[in-house]
Unconditional design. Structure first.
Length: 511
């Protein structure tokens, strides 16, 4: 648990830096490129996000296999899984170049016309397509690093290349290279980052060998078979967040994609920052499962849930209270009107979405994704249907509703399903959430009493400090020593429970 907490902290720091860069860079990009070209950027990202599905869920399988192989010191198992994964990724790269090239070529004329950027759009599409084709096979290295729990190396590399990428993009735009220049910077820094991550894998696991040309058939079947459910879950995620941007770009006036993406980015930045505390749970859970330590897994699930409630509810309430002033201060007063309502709607998914994230990390760590994938697919299908129904009469507000409603319902179902897998009773889960929820009365009351802040960072910051200071003091006084217990005495059917929870995995309430 300590290693997972340390890794979560490192991941959170790096992602906080990423958010800070995005926060500072987004207004510059919107002003420098203009809404039409920024629309193109958002649509291209949304289209290419679908082609990342050619990962086929292999990265999550490889991370879990690496963690189990490391726990059992089975380098041969790791090498076979990594080689088979590399072969799958290389095939996916070929599909990206052919399929992605066809789709982007079909869209290029329409996008260039809307952006009034001519050849800039074509070059940008080509560079970003090649970037994804190269990134896909190289993505096995971050997965291996996660499985090895080498979080510091991964975080340091990501931080270094985040700085290089940001500086390069600013210089390219100031020099007048436009979208094409941005694409070149992204491509160059992506290759450098992945090379450094690969070095960390080989240094961290001596004996690692990746040979995609000599893969055993059985290893290929294992990789593809294990990745199917993760692939379906990823597909659903792409439908939920990316389809809306594509449809808005094709069906609504120029500039509305940017308005929608500002609302999505505000809420997704908050979610993704807090998800950094959950992603490191997966390899630890896989290692515990390899030792049949189900008591430890239940403890991690409950402790992770408690801290997600403590961290996410103030964010959820804060977005409702300060979302519009923040948009006005961040990207301009016009966005408080154009994106404000959509931000309020999407903010409602923050807390329940993060509780679902804890549950999903458990399911990924256990390799039990069948029901999770089906739930996610249903969510994606409902999202697509609602988007098509609501986009014309209600614009981006309708798209926000189409994202939020299925996500809320699916998140509840995933959490309940995970409780059933781990045999955690409803009362035990409710007890885990109850005290943190009650603690959040403090910042909520303060913010409601203070009213609306002015649309500047100073006022928003003072409001945040006024609400969060007594909240942090309350947590320190009442929550640090409080620990939930996994109430179920029996493991899932057919599984033996370890007699005691190892000291390093015992839920201590310290997160």
């Amino acid at each position: 648990m300590r290693k997972a907490a340390f890794g979560a902290g490192i991941n959170a720091l790096v992602f906080a830096a990423t958010i800070a860069v995005g926060f500072l860079l987004t207004p510059f990009l919107v002003r420098t490129l203009g809404k039409p070209q920024y629309d193109v950027w958002c649509v291209v990202e949304a289209v290419l996000a679908y082609f990342t599905l050619l990962d086929l869920g292999v990265a999550s399988y490889l991370m879990r296999t690496t963690a189990r192989a490391q726990a059992k010191d089975e380098i041969g198992t790791l090498n076979r899984a990594a080689s088979a994964s590399a072969a799958v990724f290389l095939c996916g790269s070929a599909v990206v170049l052919v399929g992605g090239g066809s789709v982007l070529f079909a869209l290029s004329g329409r996008l260039a016309e809307r952006a009034e950027a001519g050849g800039q759009v074509g070059w940008f599409l080509a560079i970003m397509l090649v970037n994804l084709a190269c990134l896909l096979p190289l993505s096995l290295f971050p997965a291996i690093l996660d499985g090895l729990e080498r979080f510091v190396w991964k975080a340091a590399v990501r931080f270094l290349f985040l700085l290089l990428r940001t500086i390069g993009m600013v210089l390219a735009l100031r020099a007048g290279f436009g979208l094409a220049g941005v694409g070149v910077v992204v491509f160059a820094t992506t290759l450098g980052e992945q090379a450094a991550l690969a070095l960390g894998c080989f240094l961290g696991r001596p004996g690692l060998r990746i040979q995609p040309w000599g893969v055993e058939r059985r290893a290929m079947r294992d990789v593809i078979g294990a990745g199917v459910d993760a692939f379906l879950a990823m597909l659903a995620g792409r439908i939920t967040l990316q389809t809306g941007a594509i449809l808005v770009g094709l069906m609504l006036p120029v500039g509305r994609v940017t308005d929608l993406m500002m609302a999505i980015r505000v809420t997704e930045y908050a979610k993704q920052l807090l998800r950094q505390f959950t992603t490191t749970l997966t390899p630890g859970i896989s290692a515990l499962e390899a030792r049949d330590d189900w008591a430890g897994i239940r403890g991690i699930f409950l402790v992770g849930t408690k801290w997600m409630v403590l961290l996410s509810v103030p964010v959820n309430v804060g977005l409702w209270c300060f979302g519009r002033p923040f948009l006005a201060a961040w990207v301009g007063p016009e966005f408080a009107v154009a994106s404000g309502t959509s931000t309020m709607i999407l903010a409602g998914t923050v807390t329940i979405g993060l509780l679902q994230s804890v549950a999903a990390r458990v399911l990924y760590g256990l390799g039990r994704l069948r029901w999770f994938a089906r739930i996610a697919l249903i969510e994606g299908a409902v999202n697509l249907l609602l988007t098509l129904l609501l986009i014309e009469p209600y614009g981006i507000v309708g798209v926000a509703v189409a994202i939020a409603v299925p996500n809320l319902l699916a998140s509840v179902v995933v959490v309940v399903h995970t409780m059933r897998v781990l045999e955690v009773p409803m009362f035990g889960y409710a007890k885990t959430c109850a005290v943190p929820l009650l603690a959040n009365v403090v910042p909520t009351t303060v913010w409601l009493a203070l009213g609306d802040p002015a649309a500047d960072y100073g006022s928003i910051g003072l409001f945040l400090v006024a609400g969060l200071s007594p909240y942090a003091a309350l947590i320190a006084a009442t929550q640090v020593r409080w620990a939930p217990t996994a109430a179920s005495p029996t493991p899932p059917a057919g599984v033996r429970v370890a007699a005691a929870v190892p000291a390093g995995c015992r839920p201590s309430g310290r997160g």
